[in-house]
Design a protein around this ligand. Sequence first.
Ligand code: F6P
Length: 348
Amino acid sequence: MKIGILTGGGDCPGLNAVIRAVVRKSIQNGHETIGIREGWRGILQNNFMPLDLDAISGILPRGGTILGTSRTNVYKEKDGEARVINNMKQAGIDCLVAIGGEDTLGVASKLFKAGVKVVGVPKTIDNDLNATDYTFGFDTAVNIATEAIDRLHTTAESHNRVMVVEVMGRHAGWIAVHAGIAGGADVILIPEKPFDLNEVCEIITKRHQRGKTFSIVVIAEGAKIKTEETVDKDGSLILSDVEVDAFGHVKLGGIGNVIAKEIEKRTGFETRATVLGYIQRGGSPTAFDRVLGTRLGVFAAELVHKGQWGYMAALRGKDIVAVKLEEAVGELKTVDMELYKVAETFFG
Ligand code: F6P
């Protein structure tokens, strides 16, 4: 079989580990692999690249994706579905391995229903994909955010400041909770639990009354403030702009700066904000993400070899298992409130 491989959505550390694993295992299984450039856009525009043993040599520790990526939505393009099917036929591509998050895999799931032979691999630093315990890229993002919090601790302490650290995660607070616990944050604010700003200020004030001279507040980019406390006239989310992508997601980012100003105003403590942004997504994957990506990639290649279409490789406990694509994209996996309670033990 000729297997087309694509990576879609935001890039993520570990993508190259998956690509390498799918190619290596598929070639061992007697198949041919071809790269599709820049996600679904590549198949719509016949943008392919060779993906043989030479092409994947040395890519395991590299961040990003050698295939490039985009947020192109096949179902927002004119005759998108028909063009995908036709272009696959023209290029002699028998099946696809789609590596992506809920958007990319959502398209894969629809294409499968339209008769395309497709297998998925779950990817996102946000860790918000259902049906898999962890996504690769998440561990790297958490480690980067934790290191940043450690660094912010020393400068916060030296200057007697409150530091607000904004992390990614879209509508889930996984990065915030994990990095917050690991970095010893004094307050963690996540989308799953709208917060009251006065309560946050009270926690910080009490902490300073018991002799602490600095505080660390970790806030997820999608955190929501309770409506009576809304500082943004448009609603609970504080947005830097209201642009949406092809999958209808608003661009988040900016809540950290707004909250920092409010904390300073209400508590009188000097407060600074740091937005970690794309630093969390760039660079080399951790060993955990390399291993997870490799295991998922090898498993996906086996699904292809067995002709198990419409499934994705997923981590359940310590095992990699096959899960239906539609199960993965139905609903977001949000933060476990038991875990948040653990984090709350250390607030203040
Ligand atoms: O889904 C991964 C992610 O990095 C989110 O955490 C973030 O909100 C979003 O992508 C940013 O998207 P873009 O790359 O389109 O700015």
